[in-house]
Design a protein around this ligand. Sequence first.
Ligand SMILES: NC(=O)c1ccc[n+]([C@@H]2O[C@H](COP(=O)([O-])OP(=O)(O)OC[C@H]3O[C@@H](n4cnc5c(N)ncnc54)[C@H](O)[C@@H]3O)[C@@H](O)[C@H]2O)c1
Length: 189
Amino acid sequence: MKGKIIITGAAGFIGSHLSETLIKLGYSVIGVDNFDAFYDISIKKNNLSSLLNSKSFQFYEIDITDRSKLFEIKEKFDTVIHIAAKAGVRPSIENPLNYINTNINGTQNILDLMLQKNCKNILFASSSSVYGNNKKTPFNENDDVTKAISPYAFTKKSNEIQIHTYHHLYKLNAICFRFFTVYGPRQRA
Ligand SMILES: NC(=O)c1ccc[n+]([C@@H]2O[C@H](COP(=O)([O-])OP(=O)(O)OC[C@H]3O[C@@H](n4cnc5c(N)ncnc54)[C@H](O)[C@@H]3O)[C@@H](O)[C@H]2O)c1
């Protein structure tokens, strides 16, 4: 066994593919997901169907905003891949508080869980939306990302800052990936 990894959002499009791939590579995966109702829950349950047959996969149905439930996870792990989020730009304009709660408070709970478990490695699913209305193309990681144009974007940029702060304070190894439009089998509608 290569190591134990927590994947938040493991029932989603990217999280379920990633869980399957890491298990094939010899890792043990702890999946966390709350089957958020953003799209049909049966699709998410189906995404997990082959994973649940694997001895290398454990699943916790937990909402990452539920701090006490999250802290009930008993296992130790080496790495967190934090993918769970309220995704989507347009719905974030209609309901910013939901995005702030899941994306910012939920991420804070994940960082605090890492400290409790002495886990030093985090990979995070940020988004190209942090680039806002940047007219300069192609975008560059050094471009100004302080001019968000949606609540979704400001939560993702806030997450990058949260994670940087914990890298600074607690020497976490951290990588934030800014995904563009990810597509493929099982993609979100
Ligand atoms: N798909 C893309 O094109 C794209 C682009 C940029 C960034 N991203 C980011 O990548 C990540 C994964 O995207 P996806 O397309 O797989 O989305 P997805 O909606 O399929 O997966 C997200 C998963 O997170 C879970 N989740 C949501 N809130 C939760 C909570 N409070 N507690 C626990 N689990 C929760 C959902 O149930 C879902 O299974 C997201 O963070 C998203 O913002 C995706």
